[in-house]
Design a binder for this molecule. Structure first.
Ligand SMILES: Cc1ncc(COP(=O)(O)O)c(C=O)c1O
Length: 493
């Protein structure tokens, strides 16, 4: 047995490679045990004998035996040697189910996992003309950030390096509360602010704490696919509510059946861009209070409003504490930062602070500390002002390019705020085909129809982001896009 085993091992140990001898020996013995070459109960050669046979140090063999014993491959009995452990599955194996066909990969997912993947809308490309929703990250004031970062690291304290206390870094919650009171007319104190990794996590937390599987949630139709997918993946039943120029517009049939949750984008409807009217806001707030519904106000990009000041939030109008306000630094700074925040009613603040700590064990306090100083020293305000000017210029250039090519033949809407606009394509039935053809020419767009929940209500068009496109690239990129679009709607050319 010794000579058989050592011959087999020697042949393989001699292969050249980077792997150290002890690791290679351990791997070979594991292989021999798992494949049955070394059956359970077999006594392994002593470390001295095996080392001599293989011409390696005895220590190496001892070390390997100890490692194999720790991982359960062998058992050492002091004085009597090392034996292959019984790792056979026979004792555990249930009766094989007969007639069972092997599952395809997607069938191995849960039902909701499969739905999540089937509905997935995320793009592999995140940068270039006309990627919607992406700010110009090259304009981010890196030097300032680095300076603040270095300063914070010089004053490092253990509390900043552990898990965050529920809710996030206190000074960041304080400066955010001040900012939101002024910029959004939000009604909030620092305790109500919970720092998250972005709107996706904020919505996820709210859903986990406020909803049960099977609850109904109203979503705008059309709406942002990311949040819709998140809600459905969490086991909620999404009820699409049509959107008109005043925002979400539930019918009497909808109103007769109150949902548990209402998710909306009142300051800048995504993706169409309309603003929810005051009448609609008051109606929704009264309805939510009377029917015990929660409202999530997704305020993802309305810092960038061109012409007038950013609008007041729905949360600031809410006398009953039904609104969970969620915001993000993804558009105002950069998406990879992954910092967002929520403002929750005072009565729920402790639950949310506890909930986020419990579910996600959040951290990144150092980054939160840098961000707090960035805001406190006025850099957030100046960055937003500067980017607003830049994006207004790019938005203007894109609208000019559309008009030059198509006059008034194609409607442009939703460009009064944010980082994108919608170019309607009423003559085109398959806007996805246009978007894919544009992608083949290196131009990124999103098909409007993909944001609708049903074919009945669907409109076609392209969502065009202009924020991350250098001004001088807008005309040439639109030229390429227009050539592609013309292939699908010759009458508009
Ligand atoms: C309407 C809307 N909400 C939320 C998000 C995502 O926000 P975050 O990056 O903070 O998760 C987006 C991203 O494009 C969005 O368009």
């Amino acid at each position: 047995m010794l000579s058989n085993l050592s011959e087999w091992l020697r042949a393989r140990l001699d292969e050249t490679g980077e792997e150290p001898a002890y690791r290679r020996l351990a791997r070979l013995l594991q292989q021999a045990i798992l494949s049955g070459r070394l059956a359970s109960g077999v006594r392994l050669p002593s470390s001295r004998a095996l080392a001599a046979e293989l011409g390696i140090a005895r220590n190496t063999v001892t070390h390997v035996y100890e490692q194999l014993a720790a991982e359960g491959y062998v058992q050492s009995h002091s004085g009597s040697g090392t034996y292959v452990a019984d790792t056979s599955l026979e004792r555990l194996r249930a009766e094989p189910r007969t007639g069972r066909r092997p599952l395809r990969d997607h069938q191995r997912l849960s039902k909701r996992g499969r739905r999540t993947i089937e509905m997935a809308g995320v793009s592999k490309l995140q940068w270039g003309a006309f990627m919607p929703g992406v700010p110009d990250v090259t304009e981010f004031p890196l030097k300032v950030w680095n300076r603040l970062h270095n300063r914070v690291w010089r004053q490092i304290r253990p509390e900043l390096m552990t898990y965050a206390q529920g809710g996030g870094y206190r000074p960041l919650r304080r400066v955010l509360a001040d900012y939101l009171r002024v910029a959004r007319a939000a009604s909030c104190e620092p305790d109500q602010v919970v720092i998250t990794t972005g709107i996706h996590q904020s919505v996820d937390l709210a859903v986990r704490l406020l909803c049960d599987v099977g609850d109904e949630v109203w979503v705008e139709d059309p709406c942002y696919w990311g949040v819709r997918n998140l809600l459905i993946s969490s086991g909620l039943k999404a009820i699409p509510i049509p959107v008109d120029e005043e925002g979400m517009n539930p019918s009497p049939r909808h109103l007769a059946r109150p949902p548990r949750l209402i998710v909306c984008t009142p300051s800048h409807q995504y993706p169409l861009g309309c603003v929810m009217s005051l009448t609609r806001r008051r109606m929704l707030l009264d309805y939510a209070a009377a029917n015990d519904c929660w409202i999530i106000e997704d305020d993802y990009d309305s810092e960038f409003r061109y012409g007038i000041h950013p609008l007041a939030s729905l949360q600031g109008l809410d006398p009953h504490g039904q609104v969970i306000y969620v915001g993000s630094f993804s558009k105002v700074l950069f998406p990879g930062l992954r910092v967002g925040y929520m403002v929750v009613p005072t009565s729920m603040a402790d639950f949310f602070a506890q909930g986020i700590a419990e579910l996600y064990r959040e951290g990144q306090m150092m980054q939160q500390a840098v961000l707090a100083e960035f805001i406190d020293e006025g850099y957030l305000g100046s960055h937003i002002r500067r980017m607003r000017g830049l994006y207004a210029e790019r938005r203007g250039l894109l609208i000019d390019a559309v008009h030059r090519h198509y006059g008034d033949a194609l409607p442009v809407f939703g460009g009064e705020a944010g980082l994108h606009m919608v170019l309607g394509l009423p003559q085109v039935r398959d806007d996805l085909a246009v978007s894919q053809a544009a992608l083949a020419q290196g131009i990124l767009t999103r098909a409007l129809s993909g944001y609708y929940n049903s074919v009945r209500t669907m409109h076609t068009g392209l969502i065009l982001g202009y924020a991350c496109v250098p001004s001088e690239r807008i005309d040439p990129a639109f030229e390429v896009l227009a050539q592609t679009m013309d292939r699908f709607m010759p009458s508009a050319a």
